[in-house]
Each structure stands twice: as C-alpha cells, then as structure tokens.
Design a protein around this ligand. Sequence first.
Ligand code: FAD
Length: 310
Amino acid sequence: AFDVLIVGGGPAGAAAAVYAARKGIRTGVASERFGGQVLDTLGIENFISIKETEGPKFAHALEEHVRDYDVDIMNLQRAKALIPNAGPGKDQIEVQLESGASLKSKTVIISTGARWRNINVPGEHEFKNKGVAYCPHCDGPLFKGKRVAVIGGGNSGVEAAIDLAGIVGHVTLIEFDTQLRADAVLQRKLRSLKNVDIFTNAQTTEITGDQKVNGLVYKDRATGELKKVELEGVFIQIGLVPNTDWLKGTVELTKHGEIVVDARGQTSVPGVFAAGDATTVPFKQIIIAAGDGAKAALGAFDHLIRTSAP
Ligand code: FAD
C-alpha cells in the first residue's frame, strides 16, 4: 500500500508527487495521460521563471522531475471508483481502476483536472489553437489589437469579454439564450465598454477560416437568419467540466462537479485530498494547480503524521 496515492498526472498531480516523495513516504501516481491539459497547449508564457515554452515540452519536464524521485508512476490508468474505509483495519482508501486493478493507500490526492466544454460546431476542432481558444488568461495577449468573439454569456463568458476588451481591438459576445446569465454587476461593466457588441438569442453555427479563423456564423434565433461576423479569434466559454464523475456519492462536490476542499486541500472524506482544476480552487491555471498540488501533498503528510501508527 502507498502512503500517498495521487490520481491524475497534470501539473497538480506532478507537484503533489514531488512534494510527497521528498518526505520519504511511499508515493504513487496513477493517471490516464501524464501531463494533462498541458499536452494540448501550444504555447505557455505565464509559468513564472519560464518565459516561454511549449505544452508537450512542459509536460515532459513535469514527468522528468517526478521520475527523479522514487515515485511509482502508473500511466494509462483511469480511476473509476474511490472507496474509503477499505483494508482489514478500515484505515485505507482504495482506488479502483478501469483496468480491473485496485490500489490502496493511507491518503489519496485527487488531481484529475477538468476539460473545456466544446460547442461542437464545424470549425471548432479544425481551428483549435489556430484562432479557437478557451482560456483568456492564457491566449488573450495573442489577439492584441485583433477582433474576437466570446461565445457564452454566463459569468465566465462575460468576465472573459471584459478582460479581452482591454487587450484586443473588438469583442463580439454571443449568447444562445434571450438574455445574459452573468451577474448584474458584470453585465453593467460589459455594457459600458465601447469596443464590445452583444448578441443574444444567437446560436453559433460555424467557425470559419482558411489556415486560421477568419469569422463566425450565427443564427438569429428570432428570425432564423444566418449572420456572419469577421474576426480573428473565438473564445469558447460555455463551461469547464471537472473530471469528477467517478467520485459522485463519495466525496462532496459542488453542483458544477468541483471537489469541495478546504485551505489544506482536505475533502469531505478524511485522508482524501484534492488539488487543481478538479476542485473549488478559483482560477484554473498551471501555476495555481501546481501550487495547489504542493499544498495538498503537505496536507496529506500532515494528516499521516497525526493519524499513522509510528
Ligand atoms: P489537468 O492538467 O487537467 O490534469 C489532469 C490529470 O488527470 C491528467 O493526467 C488526466 O489524464 C488525469 N485524469 C483525468 N481523469 C482521470 C481518471 N478518472 N483517472 C486517472 N487519471 C485521470 N494554463 C496556464 O497557466 N497557462 C496557459 O497558457 C494555459 N493554456 C491552456 C491551453 C489549453 C488549450 C488548455 C486546455 C488549458 C490551458 N491552461 C493554461 C490551463 C491549464 O492547462 C490547467 O489549469 C492545468 O493543466 C490544470 O492542472 P491539473 O493538474 O489540475 O489538471
């Protein structure tokens, strides 16, 4: 059995592994895809101390750093269930894998991350990283002075539009519903901005382009008319979905599926910690996930020294 078993090998899981291993305790990482979302990222320019790098290169460096320590890395393993109070003394936590195997540990750190919800229209997949983006903090500066659209009028969409309006030339916000769903204070701020157009009751039907995005087509749902907007970028902001389906019923989740954690990363189940995009920690970024993973590992270590027999 492990002392700390980490489920998920993105920035949060990798940082947790290094911090746990440096305490000299038995540490394992089981993950479906070591590197996580970073593997799908083109350029990273906001991980402090690394001016500029590429996602796959960063992911490789994460794994190299973890391999420098005595950590049992189990790749291509997908967790399907978490069972607290397992083992003969009921003092272990079991993680069942889809492969049929099962792992036991005194503490578990869940860092299974999240994924952006896709809009599933023609052009979205084709132009990913070629004008189609999901993260304004990450990719906003790439569109300096250009025209972009934000799809989605909830809090994240409206926040993104306000943020981008300060960087890009022009923002078109497109919302499917007849009204924006963001908080009133955000809507007021958005409407006060001169370089923003807002279209509600508008269904995006296509993202167009050649080598890169050059426009977007939406349907005016009131009239059924198709309209085209010329632009260079599209930010899709229709939700970030935490990879926590497998935890339903065992660990407390918010209505959005985020794992509820306290300031030390402790979840509602004693001995189970969580870190990164899968949790309630605000702002989903690499540096935040990594810091969060370190914190959860120290939280787990603290739990171990208080609860384990010498
Ligand atoms: P993730 O990176 O999502 O890692 C989750 C891990 O868990 C993976 O190893 C996954 O395979 C594994 N996993 C999931 N489910 C299971 C399961 N059931 N069993 C086992 N393993 C599982 N942030 C920045 O700071 N700067 C950027 O420039 C930037 N650009 C981005 C660009 C794109 C296209 C995307 C998608 C994201 C970007 N982000 C960026 C956000 C950043 O990648 C995330 O905030 C960060 O990766 C979160 O780390 P994490 O470890 O919490 O989760």
